[in-house]
Write a protein that binds this ligand. Sequence first.
Ligand code: AMP
Ligand code: ZN
Length: 138
Amino acid sequence: MENCIFCKIISGEIPSTTIYEDNDFKVILDVSPATEGHALILPKKHYKDLDELDKSCGEKLLTIASNVGKALMDTFGYEGYNIVQNNGLAAGQTVFHFHMHVIGRKTGGESILTWTPHNQEQEKREELGAKLKETLTK
Ligand code: AMP
Ligand code: ZN
């Protein structure tokens, strides 16, 4: 894919710090990490986002995510890790080649993902749930 920075990283045209590679995936370190060792899992084929991704690679993708998360904990003493995956500009996606972030976390470390939990009536939840269920079963 022309002008895709991650395709250029995968082809070697742009350098990266690669920590894992196989036929289907390359895992690199993020240049602007949330925490040290912040990794990005890139499928070698260009998919814009999760909707385009060939879902048959899901099992391998999750296995790599778990292995990288465990490696972050074993190597740097993280106590947990977040998997972050943004789809769409509104959701914070800035590189439109599917990727999964793996971010090591320590108790008391700075927060990387926050939202304000809102109160909601059960009735409203039922209404929203019914609409979503309808869309999902169409
Ligand atoms: P997202 O906002 O989910 O699209 O994440 C894109 C990520 O790619 C950001 O965290 C960037 O810091 C990272 N990034 C952009 N360019 C590079 C690069 N050349 N090498 C490594 N990471 C990059
Ligand atoms: Zn690409």
